[in-house]
Design a protein around this ligand. Structure first.
Ligand code: PMP
Length: 390
């Protein structure tokens, strides 16, 4: 028989963490029938067959042992070539690239490798929900900085400068951003870079959506003048290559930082799964055409969806990347939680309230347009009906 214990064995830090706000809506939506989900942040494409086949083949060939802790050297070489080809940034595959279990693990390692107790890390809001808890779990203090809808949620140098103290260690930049889809242009990154250099900070650059930009040429933070030395570049296969369930990502950083991340990774993870690494190798060698196909398809859906949102009265700026629209719902007078909950219950369309991404996300909702055009059309029809009834 189980005995009742009086004290909690859970650490105070973990006990204080808030559960992810997105989860509650997923649970509610999955308990209902006929729901159109614009809630999840993942591609609706199945991973290309040649990638799946390469992974299966590696199993058939019996490649079932651990790889090097940092990942298959062949894969790190392909990642280095890819980063050079795509973003003109140079990394040594032997010492400056680490293959991880998703970008998620790379983010966790980055925080744990750089934070001393009490160090401050600037987290831009609205942002991906994991940053703040990861900083806290690594013993740091997240310092929140708000960006605003009327400026397309752009991160500006003055936002950063306002919160810098002598404890500020790093800044997390996510471009294209989840949930806003905002992409920072080269000159905007250069302006941020000047502050970063002035105060001697590090940047953790989450570039997981870099493959999914639709309008302008993409600039990696690491490619900005003088920033390579102070950037931990994080990316992965989940979004661009439609490989969320494979759990594969990578980090690229100057040797000292990368080796510190590797030290944690080799104790906590040993290495990323071997057959998954073989799939990723194939993705980099022959995936470009499929990525291009998916990019074009998201672009079409983005254009349709964002235009339709504006037509039905939800003001939405045109996001330059990722697969999220982040329209304002302020004209309805509802909070983003109320809007999302009522839209789900009354019209069976699942979206995520902007408030889960930080306080300046209030007044907005996140809609993923990684759904078929038919589904998006039906969602717009239902949202229009919902708005007319309000
Ligand atoms: N960063 C951002 C901004 C994301 O949106 C996500 C996934 N939702 C991740 C990182 C995690 O990606 P992965 O699947 O590679 O762990």
């Amino acid at each position: 028989m189980k005995q009742q214990v009086k004290k909690s064995y859970v650490s105070e830090t973990v006990a204080r963490l808030k559960p992810s706000g997105i989860r509650r809506f997923f649970d509610l939506a999955s308990s209902m029938e006929g729901v159109i989900s614009l809630g999840v942040g993942e591609p609706d494409f199945v991973t290309s067959w040649n990638i799946r086949e390469a992974s299966i083949l590696s199993l058939e060939q019996g490649y079932t042992s651990y790889t090097a802790n940092a990942g298959l050297l062949e894969l790190r070489q392909e990642i280095a070539a890819y980063l050079m080809r795509k973003f003109r940034v140079e990394y040594n595959p032997e010492t400056e690239i680490l293959v991880t279990v998703g970008a998620s693990e790379a983010l966790d390692l980055a925080m744990r490798a750089i934070i001393n107790p009490g160090d401050e890390v600037i987290v831009v809001q609205p942002s991906f929900v994991a940053y703040e808890p990861l900083v806290t779990l690594a013993g740091g203090t997240p310092v929140l900085v708000e960006t605003h809808g009327d400026d397309h949620f752009k991160l500006r140098p003055e936002h950063i400068e306002q919160v810098i103290t002598e404890r500020t260690k790093a800044l997390i930049i996510c471009s294209p951003n989840n949930p806003t889809g905002t992409v920072l242009q080269k000159e905007e990154l250069e302006a941020i870079g000047r502050i970063v250099k002035k105060y001697d900070l590090l940047v953790v650059a989450d570039e997981i959506y870099a493959e999914l930009t639709y309008d302008d040429e993409y600039t990696s933070v690491a490619a900005v003048d003088g920033m390579w030395e102070r950037t931990i570049l994080i990316s992965g296969f989940s979004k661009g290559f439609a490989m969320t369930g494979w759990r594969l990502g990578f980090a690229a950083a100057p040797k000292e930082i990368l080796q510190a991340m590797l030290k944690i990774h080799q104790y906590a993870m040993m290495c990323a799964p071997t057959m998954v690494q073989y799939g990723a190798l194939e993705a980099l060698r022959s995936g470009e055409q499929d990525v291009e196909y998916m990019r074009k398809s998201y672009r079409r859906r983005r254009n349709y969806f964002v235009q339709s949102l504006n037509e039905i009265g939800l003001h939405c700026h045109m996001p330059g990347g990722a697969f999220y629209a982040f329209p304002s719902i302020q004209s309805t007078g509802l909070t983003s939680e109320q809007f999302a909950e009522r839209l789900l219950i009354e019209e069976k369309v699942a979206v995520v309230p902007g408030s889960v991404f930080g306080s300046s996300g209030e007044g907005y909702i996140r809609c993923s347009y990684a759904s078929s055009l038919e589904q998006l059309q039906e969602a717009i029809k239902r949202m229009k009906r919902f708005l007319e009834r309000l």
